[in-house]
Ligand binder design. Structure first.
Ligand code: SAH
Ligand code: MG
Length: 199
């Protein structure tokens, strides 16, 4: 469905250097959404709508709210969502996710925005998750840099990767939540309240 539109988005992202999800990570996430019967999704970091559109196409029962702070990307996302006739099921919010307050609860929260802010996004939105919901975080491996931090010469990059490491430690040592890490795409983490996946 909408194969051409999706290919166009991949081309646009490639040309403009927009870090959309890698295909393997995306297909893993879509299967997870299908298997767990996820219906309400909150996405932090829309970019041009690529991941939101792909997630929405998993099932007609899925509704997504997605937040983007960059106006140009937000406008591009609106166009893409219209092309795929998903404007009834994907709602976009223009703004900084750290300044927005949402009341609704979601089955899945997908964090894919500024990598240095993941702990803040997590803490800000964890109460918007249903009791047995999931928080999925993208770019946990960050192009392999996270495991090879000593080799990074660029200072800004090293700082960013240090922050991703801190987020990983935050998840691993969290007393309320468990996390599984997947080496798929650019690395995904799936977090849920302790006990939720126990038999
Ligand atoms: N999820 C998208 C890719 C998102 S790229 C996909 O896979 O198709 C990350 C996006 O997060 C960028 O467009 C950036 O502008 C946005 N972003 C970064 N920090 C943000 C914040 N604090 N609030 C909202 N959006 C943010
Ligand atoms: Mg990403």
């Amino acid at each position: 469905m909408y194969t051409d539109e999706i290919k166009e988005m991949e081309k646009y992202a490639d040309e403009k250097n927009i870090p959309i999800m890698q295909k393997k990570g995306l297909s893993f996430l879509c299967k997870f959404i299908e298997k767990n019967n996820i219906k309400k999704i909150l996405e932090i970091g829309t970019a041009i709508g690529y991941s939101a559109i792909n997630m929405a196409l998993v099932s007609e029962n899925i509704n997504i709210v997605s937040i983007e702070r960059d106006q140009e990307k937000y406008i591009e996302a609106i166009k893409n969502i219209k092309k795929c006739k998903l404007e009834k099921r994907i709602t976009l919010i223009l703004g900084d996710a750290l300044n927005i307050d949402l009341k609704d609860k979601y089955d899945l929260i997908f964090i894919d925005a500024a990598k240095g802010q993941y702990i803040n996004f997590f803490n800000k939105y964890k109460d918007n998750l249903v009791e047995d919901g999931f928080i999925v975080s993208d770019n946990i491996d960050f192009h392999g840099y996270v495991e090879n931090i000593d080799e990074i010469k660029n200072k800004n990059l090293r700082q960013l990767v240090t922050k991703i490491r801190k987020y990983i430690d935050f998840l691993k040592s969290n007393e309320e939540y468990d996390t599984k890490f997947y080496k798929v795409g650019d690395g995904l983490a799936i977090t849920y309240k302790k006990g939720v996946l126990d038999e």
